[in-house]
Design a protein around this ligand. Structure first.
Ligand code: SF4
Ligand code: SF4
Ligand code: SF4
Length: 247
């Protein structure tokens, strides 16, 4: 395992441990798409939109949670995907591209409207991965949750290895995170030394060619930093407020 992979694994483990510890102390409350830690509300963007559409009502706390999430996304982009989400533990290798996330998000939002239910929340692998961690910490055994997450793990593993990278091209939760903050303060940029060799696109699990990056490509960037060392001219930089953080 490379150093960057190790650091990202540690980051996910640290985040989940802190969250689990908060849960054990009853400092985290929440259902489906929403969580409250102390006085801070936070919401999954897809989950919140589904609840609004399904109920045709905008609840105060959920709206506040969504606003907080949007603010975090404007600052940190999809760093949650690259550094914290438990689904990131599943290895990836595929270099194919088939961008289906916008279509999947649209289908589930429309389905939520028709059935008056937050549909994707009922099956969301991200939600199930958090549930399992909370259940382990609280000593709860739920075979349905275990079986569903096991099923998702196999599907995502298969897609990541043989077909297309789940987090870059398929996950509607990640897609909405990108859509709500297409140009975050923390982002990847290229400098003037770029010779358009395309090596960054080969290193990037989301297939992003930084020499020709468009706003649509940016939606797929999880800030995983796998491209940083691929550039022969050292043109790739992680910037925050236009200042270089890492190159
Ligand atoms: S794209 Fe979805 S599954 Fe992947 S890391 Fe982001 S939220 Fe998790
Ligand atoms: S690897 Fe570097 S030089 Fe090559 S296209 Fe990407 S940013 Fe440009
Ligand atoms: S552009 Fe770089 S940081 Fe963004 S997803 Fe691709 S490899 Fe990761």
């Amino acid at each position: 395992m490379q150093l960057l992979d190790r650091v990202r694994t540690l980051s996910r483990l640290g985040f989940l441990s802190i969250l689990g510890w908060f849960k054990k102390l009853s400092l985290v409350q929440g259902i489906l798409a929403f969580a409250k830690i102390g006085f801070i509300c936070i919401a999954c963007p897809l989950g919140a939109l589904q609840v609004f559409i399904a109920s045709l009502f905008i609840g105060f706390e959920l709206a506040l949670g969504l606003l907080t999430t949007v603010l975090i996304l404007w600052i940190l982009g999809r760093a949650f995907c690259g550094w914290l989400c438990p689904i990131g533990f599943i290895p990836h290798k595929s270099s194919r591209s088939f961008y289906s996330a916008p279509f999947i998000a649209a289908v589930f939002l429309f389905g939520s409207f028709l059935l008056h239910l937050p549909l994707f929340c009922l099956i969301c692998p991200v939600g199930f991965s958090f549930k399992i961690i909370f259940f382990v910490i609280l000593g709860v055994f739920d075979p349905v949750v275990i079986a569903t997450l096991g099923f998702w793990t196999l599907i995502i593993y298969f897609l990541n290895r043989k077909y297309v990278y789940w987090c870059g091209y398929i996950c509607p939760v990640g897609f909405l995170q990108g859509l709500l903050a297409p140009k975050p303060l923390l982002r990847i940029e290229t400098g003037e030394n770029c010779v358009k060799c395309g090596r960054c696109a080969l290193a990037c699990p989301s297939g992003i060619n930084l020499a020709e990056i468009s706003w649509r490509d940016r939606l797929r960037c999880t800030l995983c930093l796998e491209c940083l060392n691929s550039c022969p001219t050292r043109s790739i930089k992680l910037v925050f407020l236009r200042k270089t953080v890492k190159s």
